[in-house]
Structures are given as structure tokens and as C-alpha cells.
Design a protein around this ligand. Structure first.
Ligand SMILES: C[S@@+](CC[C@H](N)C(=O)[O-])C[C@H]1O[C@@H](n2cnc3c(N)ncnc32)[C@H](O)[C@@H]1O
Length: 222
């Protein structure tokens, strides 16, 4: 599986992701705020798509220690760091190397799917495939929380986002800049897509959208 962009664009930089994110996007504050957005109940199954080094999973565990946590990421180096952090914190979660576009889980397994800062690493076809996969593995009454850079509203915000575009790529960040992520969610079978938070970082606002699967279409009257 070589078709993915690592957390900091170059594989050799992945071990530095936590340190860089802590300073550049105040990662601990960000992940605490994201984890607070979801009602989590004991026994619920929660999947983090593109879990990286496991920081959001750790915050989700703090919020609801009895949730069953799963993470997938394409990068084995990030997953090894997450495994280590989980062991240190004494958390039993299940991490798997897999692509967001091909989730190794049966239909409807999860009550909650979260994904943070992954979609600006995916091309438009990958975004669409990943959303369809997330929709498939979500319980029909489940929730998706997707956090990623929103469309810059001013030229100053566009300028602040430029380093991310230069680093991660103009192709994969275009849908963010155009504000297309909510529409892509709707087109992939989600309804009630709502903005739950806009979190400021040095590179612009990270928007957290919550979405629920659209109910199945009514059969056409005969
Ligand atoms: C910026 S990091 C964010 C990591 C983590 N979600 C967080 O918020 O700290 C982006 C992550 O997406 C992962 N990724 C990129 N493309 C992927 C794909 N196609 N499938 C699964 N993971 C992917 C990268 O390996 C990396 O860990």
C-alpha cells in the first residue's frame, strides 16, 4: 500500500508528527475539543480512519474508557507509534494497517466513525471512495465526525493555508479550499451534515462536521 501521503508529507518525518502538531496546530487542544463533540456511550464501537499516531484515540478513551476503539492508517510507522502510546497508557485498542478507501470491516459495525486531518491527504476520487466506505461501516443510526481544513474566508486565511498546500499538494487540498467537503459527504450517502466547530490554527480554521447516514430511499409506488 504505497498510495498515501504520510502525516508530514515525507515518510522520514512521521516520527516528528506529534512534536510538530503540538506546536503548529495545538494538537492536544484540538483533539480534546474534537473528542468532546461526540456523545460516547459504554460499549460503543468507534473507528478512527487515518488515526495516525493515535492522539485522538487517546482522547476518546479518556472521554469514554468503555468504548471499543479501532484505528486504521495506511502508514505502518504512524501505527507503530500509536501502538506504543496505547501500551504506555494501558489502552487495549485495535489498530490495523488499511486504506481509508478499503476499510476491513463488515457493514454497519460502528456507532461512531471519526477522521481528523486525513481528507486533505486524499485525492477527490479517494475522498469519495473513503466516504462511501465510512458510510458502509457505519451503523444506520451512527455518526461521522470529520475534521479538516475548511474553505479560507479571507486572503489572509488563504495565505496561512498555503504552506499546507505546498507541503501536502495542491490537488489533494483543492476540495478544502473550494469548501466541497460537506457536498461530498451528502453525495456519499450522508444527511444532516452540520458544522459543529471551527477551530483556529496557524494554518487556518479546522472545521468539524457531524453527519449521519441518509435513511434508505423509499421504494417507488407501483
Ligand atoms: C495529518 S495526519 C493526521 C493523523 C491523525 N488523524 C491526527 O489527526 O493526528 C494524516 C494521516 O492520514 C493517513 N493517510 C493518508 N492517506 C491515507 C489513506 N489513503 N488511508 C489511510 N490513511 C491515510 C496518513 O498516514 C497520516 O497518518
Amino acid at each position: 500500500m504505497r498510495d498515501f501521503r504520510p502525516a508530514l508529507a515525507f515518510p522520514a518525518l512521521t516520527p516528528w508528527f506529534d512534536a510538530v502538531a503540538k506546536v503548529a496546530i495545538r494538537d492536544d487542544v484540538l483533539k480534546r475539543r474534537l473528542s468532546a463533540l461526540l456523545p460516547l456511550e459504554p460499549g460503543q464501537s468507534v473507528l478512527d480512519v487515518g488515526c495516525g499516531t493515535g492522539t485522538l484515540l487517546l482522547h476518546l478513551h479518556e472521554r469514554q474508557p468503555q468504548a471499543r476503539l479501532f484505528g486504521v492508517d495506511a502508514d505502518p510507522v504512524a501505527l507503530a507509534i500509536a501502538e506504543q502510546k496505547g501500551r504506555r497508557a494501558g489502552v487495549a485498542w485495535s489498530l490495523t494497517r488499511a486504506s481509508a478507501t478499503e476499510l476491513p470491516f463488515p457493514d454497519g459495525q460502528f456507532e461512531v466513525v471519526v477522521t481528523s486531518l486525513v481528507f486533505h491527504h486524499l485525492t477527490t476520487p479517494q475522498k469519495q471512495r473513503a466516504l462511501r466506505e465510512i458510510r458502509r461501516v457505519l451503523n444506520p443510526r451512527g455518526r461521522l465526525l470529520l475534521a479538516d481544513y475548511g474553505a479560507p474566508q479571507t486572503w489572509l486565511e488563504a495565505l496561512a493555508f498555503l504552506p499546507v498546500r505546498l507541503f501536502d499538494g495542491f490537488d489533494v487540498t483543492e476540495a478544502n479550499v473550494q469548501g466541497q467537503l460537506p457536498d461530498q459527504m451528502r453525495q456519499s450517502g450522508f444527511a444532516t451534515v452540520e458544522c459543529r466547530a471551527e477551530l483556529p490554527t496557524a494554518f487556518g480554521y479546522i472545521t468539524a462536521w457531524q453527519a449521519q447516514p441518509a435513511p434508505p430511499a423509499e421504494p417507488m409506488p407501483a
